[in-house]
Design a binder for this molecule. Structure first.
Ligand code: UGA
Length: 426
């Protein structure tokens, strides 16, 4: 596994758990040292225990040494990051560098797999690069095997996938991949062309982002017309062709995947001369979702200057410490600009948030967070926030006002307990 980010680390650790011998390589020496010592590098349920077991069994190794990783492996996964460039295109410089490094250290036949989320035709370029920089006459095959794991459920998703997609161009690499995935007997395995496999990943993420933006559009209509988005979307989702998942309105999607992947897909459409207004709309609605929420807070609290606001949840979603593109960050920024004083809490993401905001208060638990605040703003649907004790909360808040960006609090129960409640979608 080249690259020990969310995808490389969790996939490598799970393959070791399934009995394969896995070498995880990364250019970040400090991170490799931490991993060797079984120190936490990302928060992901079950990951630490799996790393511990992998190291103990000898199935899992961590190294900084690219030559060793390439030469001692038959199958090489490229799992490096593909960040967005200013124009939205995926920056493939790390993928190219890895392809060059593989070429330099090749010592026999290898199956080289694009696991990172990349635009269509990247595999072609990886193949060209390896051919260009290869010193010997070693054979290799390129495969596209996209990852569909969700942060916060990574280990579970890798071990219980909905489907495995393997894009290949010949039987030799196909058979090696099927052998690698031999323990997934009950999972549908789609063997496709390499280009199709590349497109499946961007297509799936764009579709999911479309569903979320559709839910947020319905929420907007409901707020304007006085309908209830929860009722509307639950009924829409009962149609099996539509399905109930990813139809929850809120303050918009964030994270490192959807925002980046839809931008990259938009670039792909642009390159092929295909109209991308669908993607523009998904992005617009997503930005409006958080902006509308901020406006609601500003309208209700009127003067923000000097008011103290409790922000519960900083991660872009629960069960992760990832705050990349988290709506909470945009909300805190906007409230701070108006002079509000923020006290924040998150079960896992406070350390990362401190790298961005060193001028706000952080509380160890959510009751401490709301003490002496003028309002509670909920940004992430952590389980512990679903068990709020309204009596306790009322004693601690100066004014009983809740802005619930994830619709996790029942509006009626909140009102019955004397709270002024603002959710999403009426
Ligand atoms: C997403 C996909 O779900 C994975 O299948 C994919 O492998 C991954 O991107 C990737 O490309 O690597 P992830 O970004 O970890 O996974 O998180 P999701 O659980 O999909 O949530 C994304 C965002 O959508 C979150 O901000 C979440 O709060 C938001 N969301 C989700 C909603 O606002 N409403 C919903 O109904 C569902």
């Amino acid at each position: 596994m080249i690259g020990t980010g969310y995808v490389g680390l969790t996939t490598g650790v799970c393959f070791a758990h399934l009995g394969h011998h896995v070498i995880c390589q990364d250019i970040d020496e400090k991170k490799i040292q931490k991993l060797k010592n079984n120190e936490n590098v990302i928060y992901e349920p079950d990951l630490d225990a799996f790393i511990h077991n992998g190291l103990k069994s000898g199935n899992l190794e961590f190294t900084h040494d690219m030559a060793k990783a390439v030469q001692q492996s038959d199958i090489i996964f490229i799992c490096v990051n593909t960040p967005p460039k200013p124009d939205g295109h995926a920056d493939l410089k790390y993928v190219e560098q890895v392809a060059r490094d593989i070429a330099k250290h090749m010592n026999g036949y290898k199956v080289i797999i694009d696991k990172s989320t990349v635009p269509i035709r990247t595999a072609e370029k990886v193949k060209e690069t390896i051919n260009k920089y290869s010193k010997g006459d070693f054979k290799f095959d390129i495969v596209s095997n996209p990852e569909f794991l969700r942060e916060g459920h990574a280990v579970y998703d890798i071990l219980h996938p909905n489907r495995i997609v393997i894009g290949v161009e010949n039987a030799r690499s196909r058979d090696m991949m099927l052998e690698l995935y031999t323990s997934f007997q009950n999972t549908p395995i789609k063997i496709t062309s390499i280009k199709s496999a590349e497109l499946i990943k961007h297509g799936a993420n764009t579709f999911l982002a479309t569903k979320i933006s559709f839910a947020n559009l319905i929420a907007e209509v409901c707020e304007s017309a006085g309908a209830n988005a929860k009722e509307v979307l639950e009924a829409i989702g009962l149609d099996e062709r539509i399905g109930k998942y990813f139809l929850n309105p809120g303050i918009g999607f964030g994270g490192s995947c959807f925002p980046k992947d839809i931008k990259a897909f938009k670039k792909t459409l642009e390159i092929f001369g295909i109209n991308h207004s669908l993607i523009d709309s998904i992005e617009d609605i997503n930005n409006r979702a958080v902006d509308r929420f901020i406006k609601k807070i500003e309208k209700e609290l009127w003067v923000l200057d000097g008011k103290r606001i409790a922000v519960l949840g900083l991660a872009f979603k629960p069960n992760t410490d990832d705050i990349r593109n988290s709506p909470a960050i945009k909300i805190i920024d906007a409230l701070k600009k108006e002079g509000a004083k923020i006290c924040a809490h998150d079960p896992k993401a406070m350390e990362k948030a401190k790298e961005i905001f060193n001028d706000i208060d952080y509380a160890d638990n959510f009751y401490e967070c709301v003490r002496g605040c003028d309002a509670l703003v909920l940004c992430t649907e952590w389980d512990e926030y679903k068990k709020i004790d309204f009596n306790e909360l009322k004693k601690l808040l100066i004014t009983p006002i809740i802005f619930d960006g994830r619709n996790i609090i029942d509006k009626k129960i909140a009102s019955d307990n004397g709270f002024v409640y603002f959710g999403i979608g009426g």
